[in-house]
Design a protein around this ligand. Structure first.
Ligand SMILES: [Mg+2]
Length: 130
């Protein structure tokens, strides 16, 4: 059976998501606040996969992976809807953010390190003496 929804393009994904939304007349309920809340709630559902699992940090069971897929899809769907609601170009805002992150985390300094970006900022001679 051919799947109804299957694409790799962000713009095509948004078309599918908007088609789903519009077939139910749900756009009327979507505003930036409620979409942002929905992203956060779905991200919290994603965290539930790991709640009370102690030192277990992996997605190492079929059950966990299935739940992760569902909740990650929910987060991404709401993210696409928020982008649509605010008329944002998702590819452009990701590219812009990657540019900023490249400035904050130069690969030659951050390679293999998990430090906060402030660890990579050059201090002035004055700041070094403080
Ligand atoms: Mg969910």
């Amino acid at each position: 059976m051919k799947r109804k929804y299957k694409t790799d393009s962000i713009k095509e994904l948004l078309i599918d998501v908007a088609e789903f939304r519009d077939a139910r007349n749900w756009k009327q309920f979507h505003n930036p606040k409620d979409l942002a809340i929905s992203i956060s709630l779905e991200a919290a559902e994603l965290l539930e996969v790991f709640q009370w699992t102690g030192a277990d940090t992996e997605a190492d069971t079929e059950k966990k992976l299935a739940k992760i897929k569902e909740e990650l899809a929910d987060v991404l769907i709401y993210a696409l809807l928020l982008g649509d609601n605010l008329d944002l170009d998702i590819s452009e805002i990701i590219a812009d953010k990657l540019d900023k992150n490249n400035q904050k985390y130069p690969a030659e300094k951050a390679y293999g390190k998990a430090d906060k970006y402030t660890a990579y900022i050059e201090k002035t001679d004055e700041e070094k003496q403080e």
